[in-house]
Design a protein. Structure first.
Length: 230
């Protein structure tokens, strides 16, 4: 068979691009790019001051101290001071006074004699002017020393009290006590004209009246030279 002649081939033009599709693709690309948000800008942290750094440490330290105090047993308070031993102090003072009075000699200076005469302690009972028995031996020694002094020596027996009671009552009591000591010395051989008795109440303390020991020292009998006109 004789082959048929082939007719001329018709060239097919390439399919036109779908502008709509292309436009859509481009717009999708643009939308995707536009929808991507920029990363957020974080706030810059504020600087931390010394107070903000230190207060937790201070609080922790305070709590630690409280815990330590709670765990450690507290020490017992110190015992109260022992009460003042009035009788013991009186006995010791009169023992020293007797030793000092026994050491007085004819040539002893008057200042040393006065020191010895002021060592005895007459511990009167509260509100009383009666000389207690434990004071009598030392007053006898004092009388012997006074009798051995020059006849021209005149002595004042001065009475003092503490601040217990009213000023008027203390003045009267101090006079009575001074007179009681002067009378005892006269009874022990001292000429009366060589002695005078004066009370000063609580006006001339030598120690505090806030303690028993201070009041003990303020209740006293002093021996001193008489002033002119005394």
């Amino acid at each position: 068979m004789t082959p048929q002649a082939a007719g001329p081939r018709t060239r097919r033009s390439p399919p036109a691009h779908n502008n709509k599709a292309g436009t859509t693709g481009e717009s999708m690309h643009d939308d995707t790019a536009g929808s991507a948000e920029a990363p957020p800008i974080l706030d810059r942290p504020e600087p931390v001051g010394f107070r903000d750094k230190a207060w937790p440490i201070l609080v922790l330290g305070f709590i630690t101290v409280l815990l330590i105090r709670a765990c450690v047993p507290s020490s017992a308070p110190p015992p109260p001071p022992a009460p003042f031993d009035t009788a013991g102090a009186t006995q010791a003072a009169n023992a020293r006074a007797i030793a000092a009075l026994d050491a007085i000699r004819a040539g002893t200076p008057m200042d040393a004699v006065l020191v010895a005469l002021n060592l005895p302690t007459v511990n009167f009972a509260s509100g009383s002017a009666e000389i207690p028995p434990d004071a009598k031996p030392v007053l006898v020694k004092a009388a012997l020393v006074i009798k051995g002094l020059a006849p021209t020596v005149r002595l004042e027996i001065a009475g003092h009290t503490d601040s217990t009671g009213t000023a008027e009552a203390n003045m009267l009591l101090s006079r009575q006590r001074a007179q009681a000591v002067a009378d005892f010395l006269v009874a022990s051989g001292v000429p009366r004209e060589r002695l005078s008795a004066t009370g000063y109440g609580d006006a001339r303390p030598v120690a505090t009246n806030a303690t028993e020991e201070g009041r003990f020292h303020n209740r006293r009998i002093e021996v001193r030279p008489q002033t002119r006109g005394g």
